[in-house]
Every structure is written in C-alpha cells, then in structure tokens.
Design a protein around this ligand. Structure first.
Ligand code: ADP
Length: 516
C-alpha cells in the first residue's frame, strides 16, 4: 500500500530546497523577533532591578527619618529644660518620663560626645552609639540639646531595639512614607507593586510588606546608621508591570515558536502538494507517449503477421500457426492494456463496480495462466504454478482479480532480463489467502518500493529499464485489491528479482455476494 510520506530521493531534494527557501528566511525573522523581544525583556529587568535598589535606599532613608521624627517629637520638653539651663539630672528625669517605645533614657554630655557616630537626616543630626560597657545590647539614638546660650549641652535620647522598631514601622513606612507618584520612573513601577522585606544580619526575615513575584530582579541593600547590620530587600510583586511584561515575553516567544512551526508545517504540506501536482502533469504527458508506444507495438506485430498469412509468405503449417499464435498473443496484450486504461479511468471516476462472490483463487490463477501462457512460452520463460490442494474461498470479483494477476505477470515478463523464470504460488494462512508472483528480474530499489503503486509512477533511477509502460498496472492492482479489503506486498532485491504478493481475507461464509 503506498505510504505518501515516504518520498524518493529526487523529490526529497526538491522538497528540501523549496522548504529551505521559505524556512531559512522565516527562521531568521523568527530568531530576530525573539532576540528583539528578549532584548526588551532584558532592558525591563535591568530597569526593574535599578528601581528596586533605588526604593531600598528610600526605605532605609525613611526608617532613619521615622527614628529622627520620633526622637525629636519626644524630646520637646527636654529641649525646653536644656534651653532654660536645667541640669543634666533634670534633663535625664524628663527623658525618663517620655521613654514611650524606647527602652531607657540616655544623655551624653557634650564633652563626652567625641567618638560617637552621627548621621544627618533631612538636615537634622542624629547621634547614635553602642554601650561601650557592653551592658546594653541595643544602640541608642539621640539628638543635640542646646543650653540658654545656644551652645550644645549634650545629646539626649533613648536606647532602643532596632529589630522591634523595624518590624513595627515597616508597614507605615512602605505605605505612607514612600512616594508612589506616577511620575516616578514614568510610573513604570509604582511602589504598590513592590514587596519590601527587612532582614537581620544573617538574612532572616524580620517583617515584610507584600509577597515578591518570580522576577529575578530583587535587590538587597545594607542599612546604615543606627540600623547597621540590618538589610532591606525590594522585589517586584507578581502584579508589577515588569513581572507582567516578563510573562508576556514568555507568551510572545512561545507564539513566535508556534508560528514558525505552523509556517514550516504548511510550507511542507504546500510544497509537497505542488511537487505532486507538477509530477502528475509530467507523468500524464509521458503517460500519453508511453501508451501510444505500447499500443503501436502489438498493432504493428499483428499487422505484420496478418500480412504474412494473407500473402502466403510462410513455409508450412507450423510457421502459419506461429504467426497465428503471435496474433493471439499480441491481441491479448492489446486487450489487457485497453482493460487497464478503461479500468483506471472508471476507478478514477469512481465508477467501477466489483461484483463480488465467493470464489476460489486457484480458478483465478488458472484462467490467468491460460491466457498468459502463450506470452510466457514465446518469450522463453520457465514458469511454475504452485497451488494447494485445499484452499478457503475469498469474496471477490473474479475478473478484477484475474486482471491483477495478469498485470503482475506482465510486469514479471517486462522486467526480467537473462533469467527468465516466473513462479506463481497460492497459499492460505492466518485467515488470509496469498497469491504471489515472483520473477528473477531487475528488482526494485528499496526507496522506490512504495512509490511504484502510485498512478503513472515508474522507476527511472538505479537499474534504468528501457521497457515502455504506462505506469498504471500496479496502481490498478493496488486499488482493486484494496477494494477487496486486501493488500499488496512487495519483496525485492535489485538484480535478483521481485515477489509481489496479494493478500485477501478469507470469506467468512456470511452474506457475501453483491456489488461494491
Ligand atoms: P509500468 O510497468 O507500465 O511501468 P506498473 O504500475 O505496472 O507500470 O509498474 C510501475 C513500475 O514498477 C514499473 O515501471 C517498474 O519500474 C516497477 N516494477 C513493477 N513490477 C516490477 C517487477 N516485477 N520487477 C521490477 N520492477 C517492477
């Protein structure tokens, strides 16, 4: 049975060329599109990472501001006492009253300030430090207090727990202190699409606002000042424009890939179809000249034989009989060829009807051999017919099956050279009846074995044969056998010979007769 996806090498080459002509530019365009898309995605990721770093710095600033605001807000009374010239104890007492969330008051006289760290937060000086004696494990945060003469008397403030401070204020800082204006980075990524996490020195989470998405652009920045040792990590959430763009890029690249596959697939199918049509047109052209030749030869032979007999140009009865045999043989050939063409055009037009009835394949072989024997003998063939004693019947059209056998025999004769041997064998096994015709002829190259069953197909490469033919015989055999729910198999070795086997299902005894 022909398998259309197996192509002979010459067609494969043409097909590859055609597909290449479309596929290469399509692939270049697709790769270009993917490269550009990935380039844009990369740019977006870079921007997102840059923005995350920027926001982390803003969060750190905001924590410092919050601390300064709280210290400053709580210092009001202590500042007034210092300004009024109050003593260090008065100031300490006042600080103790306003401790609020701070742990304990701390006052550092001006002469002891040297050596403490300080940062400027929005123009205000925040002085902080650790307990040198090691009794307190948290830092303190203080601001300068001024005496009546306007000179600093010292720094007043409180010891505090940075971890608790960060955990408590993160939400307010992110939601209220961060600018969320659309103007920021052109509204590219608003802060509401950011996940902010505060981490301790070993990277453990202290608190977070929003869940980070999948984008690999998260940035971690170390905190400075009184919060030294802690870190702020900022990442885009799954709803961030950058994360959405990232997902779109994946979808787009997938789409481009699918488009390429569809394009290549349709090009392949289209190119195959066009090639097939071109080949069909070519085949039809050579079909006409081949058929004309095939018709002319027997007609010429018959004409010559008739003329010879008419004019009495023969020596004796035996020679006259030889000419008569020639006429019979050649008219059989003509009839077979005409049958082929008629059957073919009927099948093409969907008209041919098979009159199926239970029949014995041995009868089919016998009557085919009766009409073909002459040709075999005249062409100098040795033939052998192997028929079993018992054979189940098949449901078939005797004339059509005989036609198939004749076509196979005709090919065996046409494609044999020195070794003129033909064997016809019938057997039954596994619910099938097999009918095989073997020759010792030129054989068929493996890559052509599927194609020879296509209409007009002839082997043109390899062991080139000079035999004329229309390329219809095997396609008819295939069509007719398939109409019998059977199949044709071929086994061949180039230079050694071929065996064509028709396999038909055994008649199951059911309602069989009728036309299909
Ligand atoms: P035709 O014989 O008219 O060319 P067919 O359809 O009968 O057409 O056969 C198709 C092709 O298959 C032939 O042209 C020939 O190349 C190859 N072929 C068929 N039968 C044989 C055979 N017995 N030995 C070698 N080649 C064969």
């Amino acid at each position: 049975m022909p398998r259309p996806w197996i192509l002979p090498r010459s067609r494969q080459r043409k097909l590859a060329l055609l597909i290449g002509a479309v596929a290469v530019p399509a692939l270049i365009l697709a790769l270009n599109a993917i490269w550009l898309t990935l380039g844009v995605a990369h740019q977006i990721e870079n921007e997102s990472a840059r923005y995350d770093t920027y926001i982390a710095e803003r969060v750190i600033d905001a924590f410092n501001r919050e601390l300064v605001d709280q210290v400053h807000g709580a210092l009001g009374q202590a500042e007034a006492i210092a300004k009024a010239g109050g003593s260090q104890d008065d100031i300490q007492r006042e600080l103790a009253l306003r401790a609020r969330e701070f742990e304990a008051p701390q006052f550092v006289p001006v002469e002891a300030l040297e050596g403490y760290s300080l940062v400027t937060v929005e123009g205000q000086l925040l002085i902080y430090g650790d307990d040198a004696s090691g009794r307190r494990d948290h830092p303190f945060a203080t601001m300068l207090l001024y005496g009546p003469d306007g000179e600093p008397v010292g720094a007043g403030g409180w010891w505090f727990n940075p971890r608790a401070f960060l955990a408590e204020h993160l939400r307010d800082i992110v939601l209220e202190r961060l600018t969320s204006g659309r103007g920021m980075y052109g509204g590219f990524e608003l802060t509401r699409h950011l996940a902010v996490t505060v981490l301790d020195d070993v990277g453990n989470e202290i608190a977070h606002v929003r869940e980070p998405g999948q984008l690999p652009t998260a940035r971690t920045t170390a905190m400075v000042g009184p919060f030294e040792g802690y870190q702020v990590r900022v990442a885009a959430t799954a709803t961030a424009p950058a994360a959405i763009a990232d997902r779109l890029v994946v979808i787009e690249v997938t789409f481009i890939g699918l488009m390429v596959v569809v394009l290549l697939g349709s090009t392949f199918v289209g190119a195959r179809y066009i090639l097939r049509q071109i080949e069909l047109v070519n085949a039809k052209t050579s079909f006409v000249s081949n058929v004309t030749h095939e018709l002319k030869t027997p007609i010429a032979v018959i004409k010559l034989a008739v003329e010879t007999i008419e004019l009495g140009r023969y020596r004796g009865e035996a020679e006259r009989d030889k000419y008569l045999r020639t006429i019979t043989r050649e008219s059989d050939r003509l009839a077979q060829l005409v049958d082929n063409i008629l059957d073919f055009s009927r099948l093409e037009a969907g008209q041919r009807l098979l009159h199926r009835s239970p029949l014995d394949v041995r009868d089919v072989v016998n009557s085919a051999m009766d009409s073909f024997k002459l040709r075999l003998e005249d062409a100098g063939f040795q033939y052998e017919v192997l028929l079993p004693d018992q054979l189940p019947k098949v449901l078939g059209d005797g004339r059509a099956l005989q036609h198939c056998v004749l076509n196979l025999l005709d090919n065996a004769v046409k494609y044999s050279r020195e070794r003129k041997e033909v064997k016809v064998a019938v057997a039954s096994q596994n619910g099938q009846v097999s009918l095989s015709v073997s020759d010792r002829g030129i054989g068929i190259p493996p890559e052509e074995r599927e194609r020879i069953f296509e209409k007009f197909a002839r082997v043109e490469t390899g062991l080139v044969h000079d035999v004329k033919g229309a390329g219809l015989g095997l396609s008819l055999v295939d069509m007719l056998v398939r109409a019998h729910h059977g199949r044709v198999e071929v086994d061949s070795t180039p230079g050694e010979g071929s065996t064509f086997t028709i396999l038909l299902p055994v008649w199951d005894g059911g309602r069989g007769t009728g036309t299909v």
